[in-house]
Write a protein that binds this ligand. Sequence first.
Ligand code: F6P
Length: 360
Amino acid sequence: MYERKIGVLTSGGDCPGLNAVLRGVVKAAEKLNWQVIGFRDGFEGLLQPPQYTTLDHVSTAGIMQLGGTILGTTNKGHFVAKVGSGEKTAVPKDVVENARATLAKLEVEGLIVVGGDGSLTTALQLYEQGFAVIGVPKTIDNDLEATSMTFGFYSAVSCVTDALDRLHSTAASHKRAMVLEVMGRHAGWIALHGGISGGADIILLPEIPFEWGKVAEVIRRRDAEGYQSTMIVVAEGARPEDGNQQYQAIEGAEHRFRGIGDVVAREIEKRTGKETRCCILGHLQRGGAPGPIDRILGTRFGVKAVNLIQEGKFGRMVSYQHYEISDVPIADAVHQLRLVDPTAQLVQTARDVGISFADE
Ligand code: F6P
C-alpha cells in the first residue's frame, strides 16, 4: 500500500530527455513509497474521464534512452495558455474545474508538469487557482528564464552538429553555399551553439536582425579567399533588418515557423550567383535518443521535483544553476523568454573565430 499519490504529465513539444524525467520521478517516489500516476497527452489527460496510467519501476524500466515521451504530449487543446507570438490567454474556468475534480477523485496530492514556456504558463495558472503544482523546465529551445539549461537542448545541438558535419562535405564537393534552418522561434540558442560546434561561417539569429548585403559580402569574401563552400545556420525565427519572420498563423496555438532558410538561399543566389541549397532540419532535432547531458539533467530534475512535493514547495520550478539543481517560483520562469544577448561572451567568441552574424 502506497503512502501518497502524485501525478506527472509531459506537455508541449516533445524533446529528448522527457522519459529520463519520468524515470527519475518514479525512482524517487517509490523510494518514499509513493505511487505515480502518469496523465496522458499533457494536460488533456486530466479531463474527465481522465486518461492515465500508473507508472512504476517496471513500466519505466529501459525508457531513459528513448526519445519522445511514453505519456504522449500535445501543444494544442483545452489548456493552451500561449498563442500567436507567445501572447497569454487564460485557460477556461470549466476546464480548470474539470481537472481539479479529476485530481481530487484520484487523490493526487501533487502534480509535476514537465513543459516549456507555454505549458508552465498553464501550470502557473493552475497553481494560482489552488493546484499543488511543481514545474520541470523542458524545451530544446533553451529559452526558459530562471534556469541556465533545459533538458533536450544539447540533444538538439548534437543533431545540428551532426547535420553540419554531413552538409560540409557535400557543400565543399559542389562548391556551394549551404543553408541549414534549425529550430528556435524566438531564441537562437540552438543556432548559436550548433553553428559554433558544427563550424558554421554565418549564423542568423532572431535576436540579431541581419543585413542581406553582409550575408553576400561574407560569401564573396570566402570565395575570394579560396574557400570551397560557405555554411549558413539560420534559426527559424531569424529575420532580415528590412524584412519579416517566416511563419504560419495557427488558430488557438503558437505560430508555426518555417521557410526563412529557403528565403536566405534564394537571396544568396540572387546576390552572389553562388549555387546554394537549403536543408530544413525540422523535427529531427526533437527526435531520437537523448544525449548523456539530457539524460543526467532529466534524472536530476525528476528527482528534485519529487523532493519539492515532499517539502510542500508548490508553485516552484526545478532549475539548473551553477551546476546544481535548485528551485525558483514558476512565475520567474515564464514572465519572459531567455534570449541570446547579442553582447554575450559566446556571441563574441563566435565573432572571434570568424563567424559572421551578418550585422556588422
Ligand atoms: O518549442 C519547441 C519547438 O520545437 C520550436 O523550436 C518549434 O518552433 C516548435 O516547437 C515546433 O512545434 P510543432 O511540433 O508544433 O511543429
